[in-house]
Ligand binder design. Sequence first.
Ligand SMILES: NC(=O)c1ccc[n+]([C@@H]2O[C@H](COP(=O)([O-])OP(=O)(O)OC[C@H]3O[C@@H](n4cnc5c(N)ncnc54)[C@H](OP(=O)(O)O)[C@@H]3O)[C@@H](O)[C@H]2O)c1
Length: 307
Amino acid sequence: MQSHRLGQTELYLSPVGLGGWALGGGTDWGPTDETAACNTLAAALDAGITFLDTAPIYGQSEALIGRALQGRRQRVVLAGKCGLVKNGSWTDHDLRPQTLIRQLEESLTRLQTDYLDLYQIHYPDPKVPLEAALETLVRLREQGKIRYIGLCNVTEAELRRAAAVCKIASVQNEFSLLHPQKGRAVLPACRELGIGFIGYGTLCGGILSGKYRQEPNLRRADARNYFYKCYRGDAFLQANQTAARVKELADQKHTCAAAVAGAWALEQAGVSGVLMGARTAEQVRQNAQAAQVALTEEEMHFLENDK
Ligand SMILES: NC(=O)c1ccc[n+]([C@@H]2O[C@H](COP(=O)([O-])OP(=O)(O)OC[C@H]3O[C@@H](n4cnc5c(N)ncnc54)[C@H](OP(=O)(O)O)[C@@H]3O)[C@@H](O)[C@H]2O)c1
């Protein structure tokens, strides 16, 4: 897989990255099958995926990745996050300095490494100014514990405020055929400022692979229910219409729907990479194919139902 430079950094990513959220299980995705998770990570590395993304709140994700990377840490770009804390079934925002310092130390231990390539603020915290949180991260960068600083889930205004404080390597926002606006809202500013863009939730939790013929019976706390919000009623029907277009084009191009959904995001100017979650080796092998699919302008319009 040909690597992409992340913004103006010295990090080169495989355009398809493996996201560790679903892999790690926990309350958001249900119990993890550790053997399947280990096989998924091994299959990702074998398929040329060199970009791994995780967070302390992603269940067992960090520990599983730490084990998978033994002896091959240097081969990957390892991205972590800070500033979200699980409190029972509730998730709190916390960008206070002591939390960021503690979270990084704990992540490094679980990941069995002494540095992260990219450390990202998971969400802005209404109680702590972004500027103050970035100052803490700059100190951690000076200590050599992180190489680059990134942001997730930000608006253009927040991005510009952050870029005035320190060098920002990347923005990671949701970006899929179902939710293109959160990516498009910041992509022009990323291009202007030389900041990389990483899209997440490319399959909207799996629905864009075309796998759901009817509404799945999900737990209330399942991430697909509360986060992606396209698994019930009219939202489900509309999402499945988009998934049907993705599948139709994938059939014409002799590939799978997941690869086409990933390719759609990768085709947009300024996108450095996409994070696709997977829980099996077969899924990750399919998702990796997104890097090989080229889409014409006409095909992009077809996918977006934009005649
Ligand atoms: N910064 C943030 O706030 C944020 C938020 C969300 C996600 N992310 C990052 O982005 C990554 C990806 O997002 P995500 O995992 O939430 O969503 P996603 O990539 O849209 O969906 C992942 C899920 O889709 C299903 N799937 C994956 N590949 C498939 C295939 N080829 N065929 C059929 N089903 C397939 C799997 O679930 P099943 O097997 O259970 O069906 C998998 O767990 C995360 O892991 C995380 O690293 C970041």
